[in-house]
Design a protein around this ligand. Structure first.
Ligand code: AR6
Length: 171
């Protein structure tokens, strides 16, 4: 079973097989963690993204990591929060689950996630964390072997505290 951990910090600094990008459907960059990933990876990342023809919400696509310490970037698109009656939870669940599925297909053993949709897409942080953990736990139950280490990289204290409490890490 994969080891789950939570850290506070910058996703672009993670030395893992793949980091996950909280992108938009164009896959052509943006602000937040997406902007930080493109800045750190360099312009070749955008060039590869242009060949992918975008990505639907809840789905995922993979590129190389270029100048990042991570070998790959898995680009997924979380939902914009519209109040909770627009399938947001299912779409966020799918964004995490499909990212892990794609990672498995590419023999990725270590992967780090940001808190998808909790920035400019305004998904409530507690519900987002519960949904992310449910997707990760379901994936690991269905596929116990291939992925060894899953890290949630939180940028802000609020998300870090939520994940810390949910994952129940001893002090
Ligand atoms: N490392 C880790 N987490 C980060 C970093 C970083 N370097 N920078 C920001 N975060 P957001 P979304 C956190 O807005 O809500 C983009 O423009 C941030 O604190 O990046 O899914 C895309 O192109 C927050 O907790 O993504 C889309 O248009 C989390 O990352 C749109 O934003 C996600 O915030 C996607 O919105």
């Amino acid at each position: 079973m994969a080891n789950l951990s939570v850290v506070k910090g910058d996703l672009t600094k993670m030395h893992v097989d793949a980091i996950v990008n909280a992108a938009n459907e164009s896959l052509l960059g943006g602000g937040g963690v997406d902007g930080a990933i493109h800045r750190a990876a360099g312009p070749e990342l955008l060039a590869e993204c242009r060949t992918l023809n975008g990505c639907k919400t809840g789905e995922a696509k993979i590129t190389k990591g270029y100048k990042l310490p991570a070998r790959h970037v898995i680009h997924t698109v979380g939902p914009v929060w519209h109040g909770g009656n627009s399938n947001e939870e299912t779409l966020l669940y799918k964004a995490y689950y499909n990212s892990l599925q794609l990672a498995m297909q590419h023999h990725i053993a270590t992967i780090a996630f940001p808190n998808i949709s909790t920035g400019v897409y305004h998904f409530p942080k507690q519900l987002a964390a519960e949904t992310a953990l449910k997707a990760v736990e379901d994936f690991c139950t269905n596929h116990p072997d291939p992925i060894k280490e899953i890290t949630f990289v939180c940028f802000d204290d609020e998300n870090y505290n939520i994940y810390h409490d949910l994952i129940n890490i001893p002090e």
